[in-house]
Design a protein around this ligand. Structure first.
Ligand SMILES: Cc1cc2nc3c(=O)[nH]c(=O)nc-3n(C[C@H](O)[C@H](O)[C@H](O)COP(=O)(O)OP(=O)(O)OC[C@H]3O[C@@H](n4cnc5c(N)ncnc54)[C@H](O)[C@@H]3O)c2cc1C
Length: 456
C-alpha cells in the first residue's frame, strides 16, 4: 500500500477537524497508485487546505495531498500561456512571472492556493465583475479519473467533463496538469481609490456607479454597525499601474519590496475576539481609510493583506471559525440586508466582512458565482453555530441566493440542491467518470452530492 499517515485535519477555519488517511505522492503516477492500491473506501484531493470548511477533508477515507506536484511544464512567452502541474501554487506563479510582466488572470484573497484548488472551486477575485472566474482562463486540464484513465478536457474537447471539473470540488477526478492564460502587466503595482460609505444603501449606489470603471473592486463592511449605519463600509477600487505612470521612487516597475512575515505561533484564546474588540477594530479601520484617490500599493498588499501574517487563522482560538459566503441575485438585496441584520443582532461578531458585486456566472456546473452581490463573513465557532448557519442558509435560499463550497461547513442537502439546480447534470457526469464512487468528501456527503454518512 502507498505510504500514508492517519492525521486529524481541517480546512482553514479549523472546524470540523476529522481523522483521514493522508497520502502525499511525489509524482503523477503516484496518484494513480494511491487510487488503485490505497485501500481506502474513498478519496479526495487536497491542495494547500485554504478552503475554510470540509470540502477537502474526508473522514474515514483518504486525502491525496497534491502539493508535491509542483512542476512548471511549459510557458509561451508571447501569449502568456502556462502549463503546470496542479500542485503549483499561485505564489510560485507570481514569483516566477511577475518579474517577466505576467500576472494571474484571477486571484482569490490568498496566494497560498494551488492551481488544482483554484480550478476545483472555480475561485473568483476582485475582478469577477470584469473577468469572471479562474476556470474561465483555463485552456486545458488533464484529469486522472477514478478508473485510472487520463482525460484531456477543455472548453472544446470533452466539454462536459471540463465544466463538471471546473468548480467540481475534486469529485470528477484528480487534476494532474492545467494550462492557464496569464494577463500582461507592465508594473507590479495597483492604483487604489478609497471611498467611505456611511451605510449599505450608499455602498451599493457607489458600487453601481463606479464598478465598471475599475478592474478590481471590493468593499470592507463594518458588520457591528446597526440601524442607520448598517453596512458602513470602505469601497476599495483598483487598476494595474502602467510602468510609465509609476513614480520613479518605486524603483524597478516589476519588482516589489521583500517583506518579513509575522506569525501567530499558537491558537490564541478565543475570547480575544469578541464584539467589543471587533467593534473597536472596525471603527479604527473606517477611521484610517478616509476617501482618497490614486494610492499606489504593491500587488501583494492589495490582493493578499492576510498573507502577511502566517497562521492568522489561529487568532480565532482552538474552536476555529466558520467562513460564510452568500451570493444573492441583484433582486435579492433585501435578503442581504436581512443577513447583515441577523448577524449584527446575534452577537456573533464577524472580524472580516467583505462585499462585492459579481458578474455573470461561469459554465461550471457547481461553480458558485451568480450575477449579483456576494457577502463574506467570518464567524467564530461557539454554541449554537450550526443552528445559526442553518437558519442563515434558509434565508439565503429564500432570496434565490447560494453559498460557496470553498467556505461551507453546515449546509444541508435539500438547501444545497435548491441553490445548485445543475446538480443533477453534475451527478450524471460524475456517475460516468466514477462509477464506483471512489471520490468523495465530507462536504460531498453532507450536501448530498454523493451517497454516504457524513462521519464514519
Ligand atoms: C485568506 C483567504 C482568502 C480567500 N479569498 C478567496 C476569494 O477571494 N475568492 C475565492 O474564490 N476563494 C477565496 N478563498 C478560498 C480559496 O481560494 C479556495 O478555497 C481554494 O480552492 C483553496 O485552494 P487550495 O489549493 O488550498 O485547495 P483545498 O482547499 O485544499 O481544496 C479545495 C478543493 O479543491 C480540490 N482540489 C485540490 N486540488 C485538486 C486537484 N489536483 N484535483 C482535483 N481537485 C482538487 C479539493 O478536493 C477541494 O474540493 C480564500 C481563502 C483564504 C484562506
Amino acid at each position: 500500500m502507498p505510504a500514508h499517515v492517519k492525521q486529524k485535519i481541517a480546512g482553514w477555519g479549523g472546524w470540523p477537524r476529522v481523522e483521514c488517511a493522508v497520502f502525499r505522492p511525489e509524482k503523477r503516477r503516484g496518484i494513480a497508485d494511491v487510487l488503485a492500491n490505497g485501500e481506502q473506501p474513498h478519496y479526495i484531493a487536497r491542495g494547500l487546505g485554504r478552503s475554510y470548511g470540509d470540502v477537502a477533508v474526508n473522514p474515514g477515507g483518504g486525502v491525496i495531498n497534491t502539493t508535491r506536484l509542483n512542476r512548471m511544464i511549459a510557458f509561451d512567452e508571447n501569449a502568456g500561456v502556462l502549463e503546470c502541474e496542479a500542485g503549483v501554487s499561485l505564489e510560485e506563479i507570481l514569483e516566477t512571472f511577475v518579474p517577466r510582466g505576467w500576472f494571474l488572470p484571477v486571484t482569490p484573497g490568498t496566494k497560498f492556493v494551488t492551481v488544482g484548488g483554484a480550478i476545483a472551486n472555480d475561485v473568483h477575485g476582485k475582478n469577477h465583475h470584469i473577468d469572471g472566474t479562474f476556470g474561465e482562463h483555463v485552456d486545458r486540464i488533464t484529469l486522472l479519473t477514478p478508473t485510472g484513465s487520463i482525460i484531456t478536457c477543455s472548453p472544446k474537447q470533452n466539454e462536459d467533463v471540463f465544466w463538471a471539473t471546473v468548480g467540481g470540488i475534486g469529485l470528477t477526478g484528480i487534476i494532474l496538469t492545467a494550462t492557464i492564460r496569464l494577463q500582461r502587466i507592465t508594473s507590479a503595482y495597483i492604483k487604489v481609490d478609497y471611498r467611505q460609505c456611511t451605510n449599505l444603501d450608499a455602498l451599493l449606489a457607489a458600487i453601481r456607479e463606479t464598478d465598471d470603471k475599475y478592474k478590481y473592486s471590493v468593499a470592507w463592511v463594518d458588520c457591528i454597525a446597526k440601524g442607520a449605519k448598517l453596512g458602513r463600509s470602505v469601497l476599495m477600487s483598483g487598476d494595474h499601474v502602467a510602468a510609465n505612470e509609476l513614480p520613479s521612487q518605486y524603483g524597478h516597475a516589476l519588482s516589489i519590496p521583500h517583506k518579513s512575515k509575522k506569525n501567530v505561533p499558537f491558537n490564541l484564546p478565543g475570547f480575544l475576539l469578541n464584539p467589543l474588540s471587533i467593534g473597536a477594530f472596525n471603527k479604527l479601520f473606517y477611521a484610517v481609510h478616509p476617501s482618497k484617490q490614486g494610492q499606489i500599493t504593491d500587488y501583494d498588499k492589495y490582493f493578499y493583506p492576510l498573507d502577511a501574517i502566517h497562521n492568522w487563522n489561529r487568532g480565532y482560538g482552538k474552536n476555529g471559525f466558520a467562513q460564510y459566503q452568500a451570493t444573492f441575485p441583484h433582486d435579492g438585496v433585501e435578503g442581504l440586508v436581512k443577513l447583515l441584520e441577523k448577524l449584527s443582532a446575534s452577537g456573533r461578531a464577524s472580524f472580516l466582512a467583505v462585499l462585492k458585486r459579481m458578474g455573470p456566472g461561469s459554465k461550471g456546473l457547481l461553480s458558485h458565482p451568480i450575477d449579483g452581490w456576494t457577502l463574506t463573513l467570518d464567524i467564530p465557532v461557539k454554541d449554537g453555530i450550526v443552528q445559526f448557519l442553518n437558519e442563515s442558509d434558509e434565508l439565503v435560499a429564500q432570496y434565490n441566493g447560494r453559498l460557496y463550497t470553498a467556505k461551507d461547513s453546515c449546509t444541508r442537502p435539500e438547501v444545497f440542491a435548491a441553490m445548485y439546480p445543475r446538480i443533477k447534470e453534475f451527478k450524471a457526469i460524475k456517475a460516468k467518470l466514477d462509477p464506483a464512487g471512489k471520490l468523495s468528501s465530507r462536504l460531498a456527503r453532507r450536501c448530498g452530492i454523493v451517497e454516504g454518512p457524513v462521519e464514519p
